[in-house]
Design a protein around this ligand. Sequence first.
Ligand SMILES: NC(=O)c1ccc[n+]([C@@H]2O[C@H](COP(=O)([O-])OP(=O)(O)OC[C@H]3O[C@@H](n4cnc5c(N)ncnc54)[C@H](O)[C@@H]3O)[C@@H](O)[C@H]2O)c1
Length: 448
Amino acid sequence: MDRRSFLKTGSIAAAGIGLASNNLFAQDKKIRLGFIGVGLRGRNHVNLALRRDDVEVVAICDTQEEPLASCRKQFQKADKALPKEYTGGLDAYKKMIDKEKLDAVIIATPWQFHKQQSIDAMKAGLYVGCEVIAGATVEDHWEIVKTSEKTKMPYMTLENVIYRRDVMAILHMIRQKLFGELVHFEGGYQHDLREVLFNDGKQPYGGGYEYGPEKSMSEAQWRTQFNIDQDGDLYPTHGIGPIMKWADINHGNRFTNLVAFSSKARGLADYIEKNAPGHPNAKINYKNGDVTTTLMNTSNGETVLLSHDVHLPRPYSLGFRVQGTDGIWMDVNNGIYIEGQAAKGHAWDRADEWLKKYDHPLWAKYASDAAGAGHGGMDWYVFNAFIIAVRDKKQPPIDVYDSVTMSVITPLSTQSLAEGNKSLEFPDFTEGKWKTRKSTFALDDSGY
Ligand SMILES: NC(=O)c1ccc[n+]([C@@H]2O[C@H](COP(=O)([O-])OP(=O)(O)OC[C@H]3O[C@@H](n4cnc5c(N)ncnc54)[C@H](O)[C@@H]3O)[C@@H](O)[C@H]2O)c1
């Protein structure tokens, strides 16, 4: 590792951080954390919280008994005191944030509830760590920004892929200029979700072809309805989050415009008809195209291609590509080519060897802490970064501007498609501050 250049990049950027306060938590004070939504994802975060001794999960809220019961078992297994439970309606979380003197909430509910729950929590003076997708409309995203600015309560999208080990090694290489001047990025959510979108109501993945609150379980209860009702990139953050950090979006760079294209929608109906001929769900007119492609420009002159591809048979791949004047990385073929350093001209080197050599110091330091956490360990890092921000009373490294910039691609791509692939201006949620803001993301190995 080129330690000197790492330190140089880190210290220059760190000089721009103006948000940290000296008002740290007392050493012995635990962060009082509440959970809104303890379904599959919420319980993954609960597990991470139960592994830490600087966090106390004081209360949990969910509208259904089954997830609450499963969550209770997590506390018993960890030999920790049971949290207070809030249930009994969509608004039960309001009582929790009123009564429990929390420092922060983790929100892991269906997408349609995120905006209001986040806004209510910020207004109650809480840090918000919200699962991916901030709001439904462009206006929702502005409301989140304005609430965070007014209440001065930070908001962080818990976008874990930003912390994936290869993604961070590539960031480390970009900061050392191995790719030269950056020119083009690709990424996306390319994941066969057919068994997530339909199940039998007894297990979260497959076993049947039902969706909706009555007949199915977990995400099929609510997520499938979006694929029925809405064309557009419904899940942009896993692809665009890493690209935003590589391209320094909101920190000297910004997305300027966007245009979306969608294929026909055949995958979901075809899947049901092949496996359960004559099932009524094979007759639904799914609006969400099988492959949605969104293109963006940045103010620094790079192009970005983002895919949403979740209805067809395919192995998982986020399809990352980073390309600059000195080289290219693609994750799908485990290939990298750095001109002048590659083993052979015009031939791919194996990327994993380069990624190991340029492992980000944050991963090098915390890999054993992260072992066993979800999604190959990256879930530990995103949760840890949120907890550090709460503990040190500072802005998280994925802040409110980053969060809404990632998520607003959903309503913008939907609008572009509805208006005949119209190119739309990308909102500047920072209102000009992007020109001078410095990134605080992963500048060193301090965990942030
Ligand atoms: N970052 C990732 O890798 C990742 C992975 C999976 C899910 N997610 C995200 O996490 C979120 C939750 O997904 P999930 O897989 O846990 O879904 P899920 O359906 O398993 O869990 C959602 C939970 O929210 C509860 N709920 C619904 N309305 C509520 C309300 N008003 N108040 C309190 N609880 C309520 C439900 O009863 C359910 O238990 C989504 O935003 C999803 O996109 C992210």
